[in-house]
Design a protein around this ligand. Structure first.
Ligand code: GLA
Length: 437
């Protein structure tokens, strides 16, 4: 581990002092969970179907400073949002009932008040996940949670970073030893069961399994994963990584999902329906309707019977799986140009086959493709709002960032004017997994 430029000692000290003041304890007693945001260069929208994904964390994310309490009380404040969250770890948590089908998108885009509920929900969701798998918690925490300053985290999976942060803090306070794969499952319980969202395990797997400088490849059906360094990075990881590439994030300024947007869960349902039709046609309807349960040869033989929308979703799944496998080879042999081309092709498939995104995000994607030194680009995350990511030659990162900022401002002056121009395009680096320090 090591090598990541985030968080700085200054950030950590500042947070420790705030938590010490809030809890009346010494700053030395404060523990901090570092839970980074993630990007997914290849393998978009296929985790919920058991596909293969690639991921990496970046040097921005969530910090949760806390002290364990002597009793069961949880008391939380947020660096971004008003109010306090209080509950007890010996209260039994039940899944929230009133979650709408596209709640994930709305939850990320809602008003400050709803956001406040959201960060409280993830803490209670963490408790729910631990309780529902038989863990008995007796000690609460007093803590402050903060996201990277001034950064709109839509598309970078702040929800999973928050969920993982609460899990690690509650486990530490209660001296529970939990493996990363168990925490992947616990975070899945927060999202799928407690909040009723239908997402896959990409986000928390990236956050919990990543290692500095590596790309994580994960089969979301078997849960097997590999961490891969490009060969030249093995010689001198830090220097070479700094010289080879940077991660560029271009923000759209779009936080509100368009009302006409069908939403995340709708796409998941379409993928399942495509799987159901294909499994039925091949006489294997006993299998769970997931596209990963449909063999590529079955898809080729029966894709003609899918109605057009379902055919496009299935085409995204099968072509994206192939891109991830090719991407694994390109990354492992250090071919960043080839890797980048696959990312851009993945972005195009998200637009044409998965049909997510919206005009500002598509424009950003197209601008990024024209920017100097960019190897490849695509939407980040669910693709309905937030940001686009690009891999860029490190020597051209600054030039590319100002190109993207200027060009986007021309096309979307209103959205651009609503953003802090200092944070409209960010140059990031790879980071480590979530951890307690
Ligand atoms: C969101 C979901 C993930 C994944 C991505 C798209 O981040 O939470 O499970 O589906 O979108 O790849």
């Amino acid at each position: 581990m090591g090598g990541s430029s985030w968080p700085s000692e200054e950030e950590l000290d500042g947070l420790r002092k705030m938590v010490a003041k809030m809890s009346g304890r010494a700053a030395e007693e404060v523990r901090v969970v570092v839970s980074p945001y993630r990007i997914c260069p290849l393998g978009a929208h296929i985790d919920h179907q058991g596909g293969i994904v690639s991921a990496m964390t970046i040097n921005k994310g969530i910090l949760l400073g806390f002290v364990p309490c002597s009793d069961s009380q949880v008391l939380l404040r947020s660096g971004q949002f008003k109010g306090e969250v209080r509950f007890r770890v010996d209260e039994i948590q039940v899944p929230r009932q009133a979650v709408k089908s596209n709640d994930k998108i709305q939850a990320n885009d809602s008003s400050q008040l709803q956001e406040e509920c959201k960060w409280g929900s993830y803490a209670k969701g963490g408790l729910y996940a631990l309780q529902s798998r038989g863990n008995h918690l007796t000690r609460g925490i007093t803590g402050i949670i903060c996201g990277s300053e001034g950064l709109d985290s839509s598309g970078l999976s702040s929800s999973a970073a928050v969920g993982v942060a609460y899990l690690l803090a509650l486990e530490s306070a209660n001296k529970l030893t939990v493996s990363p794969s168990e925490n992947i499952e616990y975070d899945r319980l927060i999202e799928n069961e407690y909040l009723g969202l239908k997402n896959g395990i990409l986000d928390q797997s990236a956050i919990l399994l990543s290692s500095y400088g590596c790309l994580t490849f994960m089969n979301c059906k078997t849960k097997e994963y590999k961490l891969i360094h490009p060969p030249e990075l093995q010689k001198n990881r830090e220097t070479e990584t700094k010289n080879a590439y940077k991660i560029l994030l271009g923000f759209s300024g779009l936080k509100q999902a368009l009302t006409t947007n069908p939403g995340y869960n709708h796409r998941v349902a379409e993928c399942k329906e495509a799987a159901r039709v294909l499994l039925h046609a091949s006489g294997t309807e006993g299998l769970e309707p997931l596209l990963s349960n449909v063999g590529p040869e079955v898809y080729e033989a029966y894709k003609c019977i899918l109605e057009p929308n379902l055919a496009k979703r299935a085409e995204h799944f099968f072509s994206e799986n192939t891109r991830v496998i090719k991407g694994l080879e390109a990354w492992a042999s250090g071919k960043l140009e080839d890797f980048g081309k696959l990312i851009s092709a993945s972005g195009l498939s998200s637009i044409q086959n998965y049909e997510c995104g919206c005009e500002p995000l598509i424009q950003l994607y197209e601008i990024l493709l024209k920017a100097p030194g960019v190897y490849g680009a695509r939407f980040s995350g669910a693709g309905f709002r937030g940001c686009c990511l690009a891999f860029v030659d490190a020597d051209h990162a600054e030039e590319a960032a100002s190109f993207v900022k200027n060009e986007y401002q021309k096309l979307q002056p209103k959205l651009a004017s609503q953003m802090n121009q200092e944070k409209a395009v960010l140059i990031c680096e790879a980071s480590d997994c979530a951890r307690l320090i």
